[in-house]
Design a binder for this molecule. Structure first.
Ligand SMILES: [Fe+2]
Length: 297
């Protein structure tokens, strides 16, 4: 069709998108063009701004590597990652969910740890943390024999692979739930940490006067055939940035109550005060048990 005025562009492009053979790709492309054209009209995007936008998209790719994904980081910083997660879990976004963002620090093949064991593998100063967790199905029945990967940052906010002072696989472990669907372990209390700000995301945060921090959290990846693999994070309710996570990952369901204890531990004599206890319950939904691709090689 011959385009005479700006209004003619959108139906012309949509007519072409409608020819897409794959029905799902067709649906996505029609919606994308509709919203993208609407966005350009809403904002009266200038030619200069359009060139800037193209440069930003290019920079997202240029700033990404085997160990850093600026595109995922910007998606998180715009709430896109969380929205995708919430829409695809919790009965299609109608109820709360244990699912959350994978993040960049999961590693395959964490060492196996027996329940009650400790995942502190090298001297890691900080308050002790005792986590006890249950894994249930959505009707509350305990799930025995689920494989659970746990990983978290140190009390100064660094993962072991970012910190030469930590032993390989420090603060990581693989557990199996017992007959009551429980697993439990000792560690140290994690701290929140800043996301990388050297690229596009850093510029966005600066323009909006946003801090770059994620609140302290414990990552869990729970695998059991017959259930959708749970990728989760449990956030510390005493973190100052709980309500302003730069990646918008915190939900009410994922906020864990880290209970501070100033009295001696009742059974473990070497625990200094204060120490912390965290009880938490993960829920698995029916679905496919699949390991994600590890972000770290
Ligand atoms: Fe993390």
């Amino acid at each position: 069709m011959t385009i005479k005025r700006q209004q003619d562009i959108t139906p012309a492009v949509l007519a072409v998108m409608a020819q897409t053979e794959n029905p799902r790709l067709r649906e996505i492309m029609i919606s994308l063009v509709t919203h993208l054209h609407g966005f350009i009209r809403d904002t009266r995007l200038t030619e200069e701004e359009f060139r800037d936008a193209a440069a930003i998209l290019n920079a997202l790719g240029q700033q990404s590597s085997d160990t850093h994904n600026e595109a995922v980081l910007v998606a998180g910083s715009l709430g896109v990652s969380s929205l995708v997660c919430l829409l695809n879990n919790g009965d299609g976004g109608t109820t709360e969910t244990s699912q959350n963002l994978l993040g960049p620090f999961w590693r395959l093949n964490s060492p196996r740890v027996d329940n009650g064991g400790c995942i502190v593998r090298s001297d890691t100063p900080g308050p002790a943390l005792f986590m006890t967790a249950e894994v249930h199905d959505r009707f509350g029945a305990p799930l025995a024999g689920a494989e659970v990967d746990i990983w978290h940052s140190s009390p100064v906010g660094l993962y072991e692979n970012q910190d030469p002072s930590q032993e390989d696989f420090n603060l990581r472990g693989k557990f199996t739930t017992d007959a009551d669907g429980k697993f439990w372990f000792r560690s140290v209390k994690p701290a929140g940490y800043p996301i990388p700000t050297g690229g596009v995301v850093g510029q966005l945060l600066a323009a909006q006067h946003r801090h770059p921090f994620r609140p302290a959290h414990i990552h869990a990846l729970i695998y059991k055939p017959g259930f959708k693999t749970v990728i989760s994070q449990v956030y510390a309710d005493d973190d100052v940035n709980l309500d302003s996570d730069v990646q918008f990952g915190v939900t009410a369901a994922l906020t864990g109550h880290f209970v501070r204890h100033d009295e001696p531990h009742p059974t473990v004599p070497d625990v200094a005060t204060p120490w912390y206890a965290l009880d938490y319950r993960f829920v698995m939904e029916p679905g496919e048990a699949k390991w994600p691709k590890p972000p770290i090689k």
